[in-house]
Design a protein around this ligand. Structure first.
Ligand SMILES: [Zn+2]
Length: 432
């Protein structure tokens, strides 16, 4: 069924500027954009249903490229600790509770509902080590119609017994999730991959023995699955990895040696301290950075050099990283990322801070490339979109780019009135 949506349309085809279509039209068929124009006659709209959103804004939906679903209960808690004590004292005890699938379901529903509220339609997400709870999380995303790469976490050292899983048990659990995902290839638009898929997820090098890292690399290769993990977040962590992986030339190289660094599409969270040979390896292997500004300042990790990543042409997206990060609102993440880049600029004036079009492009089109063609309204892109009613923000006094900027800086979920993922309107997911 062809549909045409009319609104004030803004998106970033290029990182340097917004495309702005006042009273524009976007045509959608089989989940994908077929055309975008201010002239309806330019679009193949014969027989299409035209839906007029009036004075509202239509923008690409948000992508959260690094987030821990089982940390939703710890959101906004224990923000006075650095990474390693925070993991031991708060994160691991909470994740241990996910052995209980009914607890997991209650919390995961809460998590998904919040993502929906803030217009996050795609995620790259960590679950826990528990296979059944991870299966539940995948099924909740499917039920909601929201896209996600969902990771059953691999970890077998330097963690409480309740979260240690030996290599064989990990492989068996992971393969059962992969088999299930492959057997339910049913998708509304058969030319597109399933919206919800597994992603290979070693927690980070200190949590995984060489055997386990090896098994992760083998699974990624065998099933051609993407990979996610953490990289160069905190200086104590980097020193620990250097101790554990003596033969590696950098933290990134430790993943690379196990086939977990761009051999299949890979995303690494943080990269606060990435430079030199690690940066070169990321460029060569096209590893995406998930920049998590709130997590980096909450855990006093440092200021990630995002301008350098952009200039070097590294793929990059934004992550909320709850509960190191405190906020699931990705629009706020754009603001935080700009603010972090301004602090970085104060330390190094040769690195310009990020502009709003740049960060919007990072959060939409650049991040979306990890899922295929997502994050823009160019023809061929999947229609992931939000309709923003900024009526309470005095829209008549501002230009369209300033209206979007004010929504990003001042708005919240109350202004998001419609949400689309792959062309389908996504209704409010149930909390229970
Ligand atoms: Zn994380």
């Amino acid at each position: 069924m062809k549909k045409v949506y009319k609104a004030h349309i803004l998106f970033t085809k290029e990182k340097s500027r917004f495309e702005v279509l006042e009273n524009g039209y976007v045509a959608v068929e089989n989940g994908k954009v077929t055309g975008v124009s201010t002239d309806l006659a330019q679009l193949d709209s014969e027989g299409a249903e035209v839906i007029d959103f009036g004075n509202k804004l239509l923008i690409p939906a948000m992508n959260d490229m690094h987030v821990h679903a089982p940390q939703v209960h710890n959101q906004g808690v224990a923000m006075d600790l650095e990474l390693l004590p925070w993991l031991q004292n708060y994160t691991f005890p909470e994740e241990s509770k996910y052995a209980d699938v009914s607890y997991a379901e209650r919390m995961y529903r809460r998590f998904l509902h919040t993502q929906w509220l803030f217009g996050t339609m795609r995620s790259v997400v960590f679950g826990t080590v528990h296979t059944e709870s991870t299966r539940k999380l995948m099924n909740l995303y499917k039920e909601a119609g929201m896209g996600a790469l969902v990771g059953k976490v691999a970890m077998n050292r330097n963690c409480p017994d309740a979260l240690c899983e030996d290599v064989d048990a990990y492989v068996e659990g992971q393969e059962s999730l992969i088999a299930e995902a492959n057997s339910s290839l049913f998708t509304l638009h058969s030319s597109l991959p399933p919206l919800v898929r597994p992603i290979i997820t070693p927690r980070f090098v200190p949590s995984c023995t060489p055997d386990l890292l090896n098994a992760c690399g083998e699974l990624a290769k065998k099933y051609q699955l993407p990979v996610q993990s953490h990289l160069s977040e905190n200086t104590s962590e980097i020193a620990w990895v250097a101790e554990l992986e003596k033969e590696s030339t950098s933290y990134g190289d430790a993943y690379n040696r196990y086939g977990l660094f761009g051999q299949t599409p890979t995303i690494m969270a943080h990269c606060v301290w990435t430079n030199g040979s690690e940066l070169e390896l990321m460029k060569r292997n096209r590893v995406m950075v998930a920049h998590c500004p709130t997590s980096n300042f909450n855990l006093s990790s440092g200021l990630a050099p995002v301008r350098t990543f952009l200039d070097e042409g590294l793929p990059i997206g934004l992550g909320s990283d709850i509960s190191g990060g405190h906020d699931l609102n990705m629009f706020r993440m754009l603001v935080y990322a700009i603010q972090v880049s301004k602090m970085h600029y104060q330390q190094d004036k040769s690195k310009a801070f990020l502009t709003l079009p740049e960060i919007f492009w990072i959060a939409t089109k650049s991040a979306g490339s990890f899922f295929g063609k997502v994050g823009s309204f160019e023809p061929g892109y999947e229609f992931d979109a939000l309709v923003i009613d900024d009526g309470v923000l005095y829209p008549d006094e501002y230009s369209l780019p300033h209206r979007l900027e004010r929504f990003i800086y001042l708005g919240d979920d109350r202004q998001i009135v419609h949400r689309f993922c792959r062309g389908e309107e996504i209704k409010e997911p149930a909390l229970v």
